[in-house]
Design a protein around this ligand. Structure first.
Ligand SMILES: Cc1cc2nc3c(=O)[nH]c(=O)nc-3n(C[C@H](O)[C@H](O)[C@H](O)COP(=O)(O)O)c2cc1C
Length: 198
């Protein structure tokens, strides 16, 4: 991509990357509120503001990590696998000092539900991007901890709500750099312009 080196937005978009390992240091007071406020400026059709946010920290985060272990244990048993990875999964889940769950209010209308989901995903990305700008790492999580009914119960969510993702937030604990790459736009884009014969 050709872009001027002073282009701050491009730098942020390009340099943000998923953080996989976190220091235990807490985030400064008010930081998560700032991230949530940024997220609320995401575009959303008909101004439904379909997002809700849940901040999970401290003892609640630890209890959620234990639930992570319990669910992983159950799944391993159901699938006849050993429990050797469970402790590592709990440790990994415990790493970020805070989680921000992004939750969608589910509309009864199918089209609106789809649009609201898109809006919530944009909101989650804004959290990631803003965190990056503040020197804070973020990791987007889905899977078991965004799906299991016990997680919904733990978080006090209703059937009219859907977890879009949970964002682990914290300061990065540097490890070996992952190579990141994307396919070039020319491979992904088809252009329609002037029509032949007109
Ligand atoms: C919808 C969605 C779901 C994701 N789920 C997970 C996940 O469950 N676990 C995880 O480690 N990363 C998850 N990610 C992060 C992606 O794996 C990550 O964005 C991808 O590897 C590209 O890396 P980058 O974010 O550094 O550009 C998810 C991202 C998105 C957008």
């Amino acid at each position: 991509m050709t872009s001027a080196p002073h282009d701050g937005l491009w730098q942020a978009v390009h340099d943000r990357s998923t953080v996989y390992h976190f220091k235990s240091d807490p985030l400064p007071d008010g930081t998560i509120d700032q991230l949530i406020e940024a997220a609320t400026w995401a575009p959303n059709h008909r101004l439904t503001e379909p997002w809700r946010f849940l901040v999970v920290e401290g003892e609640s985060k630890q209890a959620l990590a234990e639930l992570r272990g319990e669910l992983a244990r159950r799944r391993a048993e159901q699938e006849g696998r050993g429990l050797d990875r469970v402790a590592a999964q709990v440790a990994e889940f415990s790493e970020p000092p805070a989680y921000l769950y992004v939750v969608q209010q589910l509309s009864g209308d199918e089209v609106r539900r789809e649009e609201d989901y898109a809006a919530c995903a944009i909101a989650a990305y804004i959290v990631q991007l803003t965190a990056h700008a503040l020197g804070i790492g973020a990791r987007w999580g889905t899977g078991l901890m965004a799906k299991d009914p016990e997680v919904y119960r733990f978080l006090g969510l209703s059937e009219e709500q859907r977890i879009v993702c949970f964002l682990g937030l914290g300061y990065e604990r540097p490890t070996d750099q992952r190579a990141r790459s994307r396919r070039p736009p020319s491979e992904l884009t088809r252009r329609l312009g002037a029509l032949p014969g007109r």
